[in-house]
Design a protein around this ligand. Structure first.
Ligand SMILES: [Zn+2]
Length: 274
């Protein structure tokens, strides 16, 4: 199974992480490569999100497969049942996969963009006590194409100020793109950076932004249907938008996510125990 990680990791040839030498011989362990110059041993999972996974790598690949190919993703409980691993183990590894689903920021919206903020959480079913009150503001941007939406991005923001909205928009939208927002004052100052930004009334229940609001409802509906943790909201947005934006390349999505897992730097579990 290390062979697959191996093929992806070294598809452009070997390079020693220590001394950048490109010649290697095979180490005494299967799939481990040894640098010809400094004798450094490199495992195919080192420097990837598969680093130090304590269960069979094949099962880890299956987790990536299920998350990328199920249109709604898969819960850690279901993964646990399918793969015979502890639920907590599945959740922690799934959280790493979600990390690899983060937007690269390389494909900014260039067409007709629409931006709006919404409140997520507050009345999550099955969550009792104070957690119930945790509301978060999320700003979403979509690209409209033809009759639908070709791209969706979202970010949890601490408040709806021009500074926060602007930072998100710069990461998601090209400066020359035509943008529509509602009349919220936070968008006003952003016309300096986005010259084609137009503010129009939102209309009754967002009637002037039907596609954007349908996309936001879609996300909220999905989130309600899974057992989620409010403190990981950004990761859920990343997971949802990753699949949403790759709806057109379904056959390649597993390969794409595997590549991201291999290229992403290792991410110790303690990062998520916030
Ligand atoms: Zn070396």
């Amino acid at each position: 199974m290390h062979g697959l990680s191996n093929r992806i990791k070294w598809r452009d040839g070997f390079e020693c992480p220590k001394c950048r030498h490109t010649k290697f011989c095979n180490g005494h362990k299967k799939h481990v490569r040894q640098c010809n110059r400094c004798n450094y041993l490199v495992s195919p999972t080192s420097g990837t999100l598969f680093h130090k996974v304590k269960f069979p790598l094949l099962k880890a690949f299956y987790i990536v497969y299920y998350i990328s190919t199920n249109s709604k993703g898969i819960s850690s409980t279901e993964l646990s049942r399918k793969l015979g691993l502890r639920q907590k183990t599945c959740w922690l590894f799934k959280r790493k996969v979600m990390e690899a689903m983060k937007s690269s920021g390389n494909h900014k919206i260039e067409g007709n963009a629409e931006v709006d903020e919404t409140v997520v959480g507050g009345q999550e079913e099955g969550v009792v006590g104070r957690k119930n009150e945790r509301k978060k503001i999320v700003v979403f941007a979509v690209e409209r194409k033809g009759k639908g939406i070709s791209r969706l991005y979202g970010k949890v923001i601490p408040n709806s100020s021009a500074k926060e909205l602007g930072a998100f928009m710069k990461s998601a939208i090209a400066p020359e793109a035509p943008i529509k927002t509602d009349e919220w004052t936070g968008y006003g100052p952003l016309k300096k950076e986005f010259s084609k930004l137009k503010q129009i009334p939102s209309g009754k229940k967002g009637a002037n932004f039907p596609d954007l609001h349908r996309a936001i409802m879609g996300f909220k509906g999905w989130l309600r249907g899974i057992h989620h943790h409010a403190e990981h909201l950004q990761a859920y947005i990343d997971e949802y938008t990753y699949r949403f934006n790759r709806n057109f390349m379904k056959e390649k999505i597993f390969e794409n996510l595997m590549k991201r897992m291999v290229e992403a730097p290792p991410c110790p579990y303690k990062t998520f125990n916030s």
